[in-house]
Write a protein that binds this ligand. Structure first.
Ligand SMILES: [Zn+2]
Length: 183
């Protein structure tokens, strides 16, 4: 029999140990501080559970409940689960999704329009140095994403980079996603 085994404390509390095993484990618990602590902790947990029986009860029988869970798993088994990605750099993002560039371009175009509508235009050019670029960060209309506008007077161009966009596998889905933002 293995010494200092928490499973033995459980068996002792469950009344599963008989004869010399029970005698031996009880004697060990009485002499070993480590196992005595384990035994008291387990007994305490049991007392607490007994004093506070669970208030929630299953509407279904356990068998039916688990069969529902099993069905759910079977149905969703093939569906990938969306896990939030860590923030990636632009290079990482493109490297990971080489086919995503058209979608990104469309996204940028849509967000450029959106940001213009939100009147997040950069300050008048007169107040800024001629070659300087301005960077404006704003919460984008897409949940959990941030739009950053890089404006260059010299290039007369504004690039809007959006981080934290949800990933869609194709353009149609991307368009649907953004079309629904206004509603
Ligand atoms: Zn022990």
């Amino acid at each position: 029999m293995k010494l200092h085994d928490p499973a033995l404390m459980t068996a002792l509390l469950d009344g599963e140990l008989k004869g010399w095993r029970r005698w031996y484990v009880r004697r060990h618990v009485a002499r070993c501080p480590t196992c005595a602590v384990e035994y008291r902790l387990q007994r305490h947990a049991r007392d607490l559970l007994r004093q506070h029986p669970p208030r929630h009860h299953m509407p279904d029988s356990p068998d039916f409940f688990w069969s529902k869970v099993r069905n759910e798993i079977n149905q969703r088994g093939a569906t990938p689960v969306a896990v939030p990605n860590p923030r990636l750099s632009l290079a990482d993002w493109i490297w990971l999704r080489p086919l995503a560039l058209p979608a990104v371009a469309a996204t940028l175009a849509i967000l450029l329009a959106t940001v213009t509508l939100l009147q997040l235009r950069p300050a008048p050019p007169a107040k800024s140095p001629p070659v300087a670029s301005r960077v404006i960060t704003a919460t984008s209309p897409v949940p959990n994403s941030v739009a950053t506008a890089f404006h260059s007077d010299a290039a007369e161009a504004t690039v809007i980079w959006v981080s934290g966009l949800p990933w869609t596998p194709d353009m149609t889905e991307m368009q649907t996603l953004f079309a629904n933002l206004d509603t």
